[in-house]
Write a protein that binds this ligand. Sequence first.
Ligand code: NZQ
Ligand code: ZN
Length: 399
Amino acid sequence: MERGNTMHNFSYYAPTQVVFGRGAEAQIGALVKAQNCRKVLLHYGGGSAQRSGLLDRIRAALETEGVAFTELGGVAPNPRLSLVRRGIELCRQEGVDFILAVGGGSVIDSSKAIGYGVTNEGDVWDFYDRRRQAAACLPVGVVLTIAAAGSEMSNSSVITNEDGGVKRGYSNNLCRPRFAVMDPELTMTLPDYQTASGCTDILMHTMERYFTGRGGNSALTDGIAEALLRTVMDSARVLRDDPRNYDARAEVMWAGSLSHNGLTECGNGGNDFSVHALEHELSGMYDVAHGAGLAALWGSWARYVYRDCLPRFERFAVRVLGVPAGADAEETARAGIEAMEDFFRSIGMPTNLHELGVEPSEEDLVTLARKCAVATGGVKGSAKQLREPDMLAIYQMAV
Ligand code: NZQ
Ligand code: ZN
């Protein structure tokens, strides 16, 4: 084998204990107790966990185990820095040394940010603004209620600073959760739009690693990635028609964690993440659901870059979407992109900004591209390296 085609070296670190399945919720009390902490912050979102009765059951479980806790609810989707700051203050006042996140990516990311803020001096935004690295993070445990962001096993946290609508991610292994309780039944109360947005985000976490300009040199990782993508697409279609289907909920939930814990990049040299970079500016400015924002941008990104990453797009079309392999690789790749957009439409996801409900002016598009370039240090991507004019062109195509 040619040297250029060998599997890339990698580091894989996935320390989170996953407790998965029907009834997994019953183990929350014991899992927290085993952390031997003085006091827990119970952190949650805007209301769904209260309405479903989950929070009351968790409170009861902690009381039964004799675990002291305090609470902070109200995390909004695209979690805000101001609430993170309140959480840091509260944890310091109350002597909190463990955070239990009950919710989805927003609550988990807010928990991770609070964890950084409590254990490091100075302004927590510095980490998100790339000014310095965190030296520690409070331990975080998760009770997952939506399969989407993959934050329950990931090293990243994404926070929106209301001052300027700036959304930034910070990645550090210190924040990987200690445990994640994943009971697929807890996701059955999700609105259909959130289920579909979640499935899109899960697909995208693996696609961002699959479309690599560095070869994709692991047959095993490619196989895992393709199986994950097909499974999530099949399950998303099942859930569109039958939202209470346990097996589809379970497949999607497990895929969500594997899609973003690093597994689907091992050895393939992956990591494009341009669509994520473009989307974060969108949800930072317009407060849209992250997954839906990704769907609205993906087709435009794909059409802009596919010629620079043709073998991967061709393979994706054939192995993931079942497009017959034609003589013309470009044609096959384009058919794959169209099939993917058809899939997004079939589950009620947008394929452009208008369908997303966002109508930016030309000036807004320029601002989005400028912010994206700043956030990425001027260049982003592996399938094709994008600079500010490329970012602007993709936003313009997505209108
Ligand atoms: O706030 P509540 O009332 O709980 O409602 C939430 C929220 O409105 C609702 N929800 C959650 N579980 C529910 C439910 N409604 C009914 N029943 C349930 N069981 O769903 C809405 C969305 O919740 P959110 O936590 O925002 O969803 P998601 O998990 O998609 O997280 C999105 C955030 O994660 C970031 C995104 O940018 C966005 O800010 N990401 C984080 C990543 C990471 N840390 O690794 C990676 C991702 O690429 C992503 O960027
Ligand atoms: Zn995502």
